[in-house]
Each structure stands twice: as C-alpha cells, then as structure tokens.
Design a protein around this ligand. Structure first.
Ligand SMILES: Nc1ncnc2c1ncn2[C@@H]1O[C@H](COP(=O)(O)OP(=O)(O)OP(=O)(O)O)[C@@H](O)[C@H]1O
Ligand SMILES: [Zn+2]
Length: 639
C-alpha cells in the first residue's frame, strides 16, 4: 500500500478494531467517516446503562445487547455502504488466532485491560500486522504505534501501575477490575440512597419476583414514612444483591464470555440470630466529637482486615440505619466523600457484598478508601481525541509512512503550550522477551518451589500466557489444554505438584526452560538460578524474575481501564506541567519531543480526521485551544 494515495489506502484497508467501548465507539465513527470500507470489530461485552453517557452509538433500548453488533448497526445508519463485521467475543478466543489477524492491514486497540492488550500485542507481532494501541483516564490519554522490528512492542517497557481507577462498567460485569464494585457502591448505590435520587441507573432492574410486587419499581429506594429503617435496609439489600443479580443473569448474552455471578439474599448471608441482633449504637454512645462509625459496635477495629460476608452484611445494614437515624437532614444531598467515615463504611460493605456475588476479591476498609478515593471519571472528549489520533496513526501506518508515526500523549494541562505531546516511537527493546529472543532469568529455590508455582505465578500471571507448554531441554514437562490424552494429562498433573529439582527432567541451577504458547505464537527461554533464601517481605513469591516488564509504580493515571498502554516515558503530573519537560530530558537520545508548532507535510490530512472527531461547524476544527495561555486564543496546530 506504500506509495498509494491516502484515499486509496483507506479505501482498500481492512482494519480490525478491538474494543467497542468509550474509545471504540469514537474510533468506529471516525473510521467510517474517514472513508474506511472494511472494518471488523471484536468486543466481548454487552451494553450497560453506565456506558450510555459517553458511548454515543448506544441507546437505552440497546442495554443488554452486544456492543460490537449495536455499534455496527448504529454506524451503518449514517454511513450505509461500508462493510462492518462485528464479533461478540473475547479477543482471546482461539478463533482469533495469528492466521485470522494476518488478513488485516492494521489492528486498532480500544481496550481496557492489560491482559487483552498483551494478547493482541503478541498476535500482532506473530502475524506481523502493525498495532495502534491506546488508553485514556479522565483527561489523560495516549496513542502508541507498534510495528514489528521498527518500534518497540507494547510489552517492551514496564507498564505503570495506575494509582487511579477509571469509572468502569459498574453494573453487571465487574469480573476483572476490582475497583468496579467500589464505583458501583459509591456512584450508583450511595448516590441513589443518600444523594441525587433521580439519577438513572440499572439499580431499578428487578427479577420477576420483585416486579410482581405491588409497588412501582421507583419506590424501592424510597423509604416509606412509617417504614422501619432496619426493614428498609433489608429490602434494599435483597433488591441490589439478590433480585438485581438474578435479573442480570437472565441475559445469557452477557455471560457468554464471563463467569456468572450468584445472587445473595440477606437470609443466606447473615444467620437469623445475627440479623436480629441489635448492634446499632445507642444514641448515648455517639458524641459529636467522634465521627459516626459502626466499626466499634461490630468490633471491627482493624481497618486492614477484610471482613467476611456476614460482617459486610451487618456493616451494610447498620451503616444504612445510622445514616437514616443520625444524618437524616443530609440525605438527598450527599455525594460520596472518602473522608466521611460512615459513607466509607457503607461503600466498603456494599462493594464487598457485590464482590462476593461476582466471586472476586474483597477489600479491607483501608484499601477500599484508596480505591474509592482515586476513581477517575471517563471523559468523552478525551476518548474522541484519542480515537482521532488512532485513525491518524493508522493512516500513516497504512501508507507505510513509518517515519512520521508518533506516540501521542494527551495531557490535562498544557506543557510547553501543548496539550497533545507527540513523541517519536522508540526502538524495540533488545531485551524484551516478547519481541526479541532474550532469555529471562528466574531466581528460585529449586528444591522447594513446585512446577505449579512456576506455571501459575510466573508463566500465567507475569508472562501472560494462557496455554503454556514447558520444556526442559527436549523433555516436555507441562502442557495446558483440554485435548490431552488422559494419561498424559495425569502425568502433567503429577509434575505440577513436584518441586523443580524432582521433576523427571530435573530443573536446577543453570537449567534453561523453554516456554511456549502456541495460540500467541510466543516462545521464550527462562534461565534458572537456584537461591536458598528470599526476603519474605520484598520477595513474597519466593521467586525473582528479571528481564520481564514488571509493572512500575509511577505517578501517572493512565489508560482506559486497569492498565495503561506504553506510557513509561513521561510522568504526567497535572499540577506540574514542567515535569513532562524534565522527564523528557532524561529519555534516550532517540526519544525526542517534537515541537508541534512546526507544520508537517501531512497536517492537512490529519486535519480532516480531526475535524470529524471534533465535529464542530466552525472551521477551527484543526486546532487545540490552550487554557490559561498568556496569548489568549493562541492556537497550536496538532501535528
Ligand atoms: N478480552 C477482550 N475481548 C474483547 N473485548 C474486550 C476484551 N477486554 C475488554 N474488551 C472490551 O474493551 C472495551 C473497553 O472499553 P471501555 O474502557 O470504554 O470499557 P467499558 O466497560 O465500556 O466502559 P467503562 O469501563 O469505562 O465503564 C469494552 O467494551 C470491553 O468489552
Ligand atoms: Zn517488545
């Protein structure tokens, strides 16, 4: 496609979009309006009410339907004569293998988790298809370009662990991102009970049982004047953790690709005698000096402790009751504040009960405070800008104009008068175990560590392989998968429980293991180094893996979802714009910041795409206006 004109490459391109959420909806619209004719979309999710505020291709009547399919139908309404092929599926399904990917000219990610991003990165490397990767968190975002052999791959550099959390799908599918339950508890339930009651959300959904009740559904959250607060609390409990979950289960489409939740009713969570026990603080015990709290009355004094389901259930009921009895005048005006002790107790309990429904880890009050206090709301405009930049980069890739490809960071505050910071893509990292053959090093006690530890904690979790095969020299010591012969599977099961040194082909100091995942077409080598002792605090796994891109803790709040894209280079600290400049100076010499005032050859073309994404009638579509700039209204050209 190299020497062809832009219009031609766009017309002939076959593109794969992964993710039809916040970024994905914007991206599909921009692709279609830019002239792309053949677009495939994979998304495993169904539409939630909480998506509607920014995933503008979806409407209320689409709730519960496949995102990929509804996005296709919505776009075909305004661009009817193009081909859009939706797949309501997980990109990790074996159908989307390397051969499937090879049919595409470019892959565009609009994902929200590290796991799927790593998987797509590996498929793209194996299929030799360029990848444009993206992520947003609030006002921050980034687009990066990954071309095998030319630029670093998505996994060449460590990924920061986000300290902030996106507002995610908070209604029926919190299977991956644990913070989703905190968001659900504070933004939906807390608000519904104690804040703006008119807020529209999925909480009204009832199972048939509940909807048979005489009261209209809206009334469920309203406490009747003569209603006992305890009874009211029990009713809310059963509604949100029992009937709502039952109702969500009805839509089989939603659970096709994920684990089903279990409804929890109060009678199952709390033995009747505890349920009846009146722990609610006697009015005399509560003084104005102390913050309202249920903790002392339930003897839950350690904020680091994770409460069990019964404790969470009691906390839920007691804190709700206390709100009603002691803070009646605030009700209707409250928004969650992590420093409001009672609110935090309520939100922690509600989030944990919901996590129990979904079989995901619960959090202590302490952790919950961190999570609930650090949630970043998705900003539709950031998604639109990022989607536009993805399309701009995709076009450069299709034209094989790799020289001009840029990784672009969207900042919250201008730095060097720029809100969009373009950076030349980096060279591949020669010691990346994903895109180069460099072996990893694993320090481990080979006498005490089992093969299972290595497979689960290292190969699956750290290296992100799904169906690994492990070889010691020529001996196959483990293989995952369903189609194994019975005796072979039994043999591997035995191996899993053996320590490394006791395997049929012993793994000891100096051994090199070969690990391969056929689906991802990823093979890597692990050199084993025996070590007797490990620091329990710093090395709790009893193993140290070097040479992989471990998550790093940095200040940046990144990514559309739980993990960021390639973003290790810059510390985006909104209150200190100069940080960008300082950090940039420390970058490799090849890593240059580019002055965006400089007009580029392809600026005219980029402008067309940007005008689609900004979607504004005025002809300033191609510019970014900077806040607080001394030269008011000075306009910077986007590169
Ligand atoms: N493994 C996967 N296979 C297919 N689609 C995936 C996979 N992982 C994530 N996705 C999709 O990527 C999209 C990410 O979009 P986005 O971050 O806007 O998420 P969301 O769940 O729609 O919204 P939010 O999380 O902000 O509430 C989602 O629609 C999600 O279904
Ligand atoms: Zn790499």
């Amino acid at each position: 496609m190299g020497s062809d004109s832009k219009a031609e490459v766009i017309k002939r391109a076959k593109v794969l979009m992964v993710g039809a959420g916040g970024i994905g909806c914007e991206m599909l619209k921009t692709l279609a309006l830019s002239g792309f004719q053949d677009i495939h979309i994979i998304d495993m999710d169904t539409i939630e009410v909480s998506n509607l505020n920014r995933q503008f291709l979806f409407r209320q009547e689409h709730v519960g339907q496949s995102k990929a399919k509804v996005a296709r139908d919505a776009v075909l309404k305004f661009v009817p004569h193009i081909n859009i092929t939706p797949y309501h599926a997980n990109v990790k399904d074996p159908d989307f293998n390397v051969n499937f990917l090879k049919q595409f000219n470019v892959v565009l990610n609009g994902l929200d988790n590290l796991d799927a991003r790593r998987h797509v990165n590996r498929l793209c490397l194996a299929a030799e298809v360029p990848l444009v990767e993206s992520g947003t968190t609030g006002f921050l975002g980034q687009v990066t370009v990954h071309v095998k052999g030319r630029t670093e791959c998505y996994e060449c550099q460590p990924k920061p662990m986000p300290k902030t959390y996106p507002v995610c799908t908070i209604t029926s599918t919190p299977s991956k991102v644990e913070s989703q339950n905190q968001i659900w508890a504070k933004d939906l339930l807390f608000t519904k009970l104690f804040g703006d009651k008119s807020q529209e959300n999925d909480l009204f959904v009832c199972s048939d049982d509940a909807s048979n009740s005489e009261k209209p559904m809206e009334d469920i959250f309203k406490q009747a004047p003569d209603e006992d607060p305890k009874q009211y609390g029990k009713k809310i409990y059963d509604h949100v953790f029992g009937y709502n979950i039952e109702a969500a289960l009805v839509n089989e489409e939603t659970w096709k690709n994920r684990r089903q939740p279990r409804p929890i009713f109060l009678r199952d969570a709390l033995p009747e005698k505890l349920n009846l026990q009146n722990t609610n603080p006697e009015k005399g015990c509560l003084t104005d000096d102390l913050p309202l709290s249920v903790l002392p009355f339930l003897s839950l004094n350690n904020p680091q402790e994770v409460w069990n389901l019964a404790e969470n259930s009691r906390m839920f009921l007691e804190s709700l009751q206390l709100f009603i009895e002691k803070r009646e005048k605030d009700i209707g005006n409250l928004t969650f504040d992590k420093d409001d002790q009672l609110a935090l107790e309520f939100v922690t309990a509600a989030a944990n009960i919901r996590a129990s429904c979904f079989g995901i880890p619960l959090h202590s009050l302490f952790d919950s405070k961190g999570i609930a206090g650090n949630i970043v709301h998705a900003v539709a405009t950031t998604n639109a800008i990022i989607a536009g930049l993805i399309v701009i980069e995709a076009i450069k890739v299709l034209q094989e104009d790799f020289e001009n490809c840029r990784m672009t960071y969207c900042l919250e505050h201008p730095s060097r008068m720029m809100l969009l910071m373009p950076i030349e893509p980096f060279q591949p990292n020669k010691s990346c175990y994903v895109c180069s053959e460099t072996p990893l090093l694993l320090e481990v006690n080979t006498r005490t560590t089992t093969l299972r530890d290595i497979v689960e904690k290292i190969i699956k979790v750290k290296l992100g392989m799904d169906l690994p095969m492990v070889m010691q020299a020529r001996t196959l010591i483990y293989e995952a998968g369903d189609g194994l012969e019975e005796d072979v599977a039994a043999n591997y099961a035995l191996n899993l429980n053996k320590s490394l040194a006791n395997l049929p082909a012993p793994v000891t100091d100096g051994t090199m293991l070969t690990v391969e995942d056929f689906q991802q077409e990823l093979k890597c080598h692990i050199n084993i180094k025996h070590r007797d002792d490990f620091d329990e605090e710093k090395e709790p796994d009893g193993m140290v893996l070097s040479g992989w891109t471990a998550p790093e803790k940095v200040h940046m709040a990144t990514s559309n979802g739980e993990s960021p894209s390639a973003d290790h280079q810059i510390t985006l600290e909104p209150t200190e714009p100069e940080v960008v400049e300082l950090d940039a100076e420390m970058l490799d010499t090849k890593r240059k910041l580019l002055a965006t005032l400089e007009r580029k050859e392809n600026e005219e073309e980029d402008r067309e795409v940007l005008s689609i994404l900004v979607n504004d009638d005025d002809d300033d579509d191609d510019v970014v206006l900077l806040d607080d700039h001394p030269e008011a209204n000075k306009k910077l050209k986007l590169q």
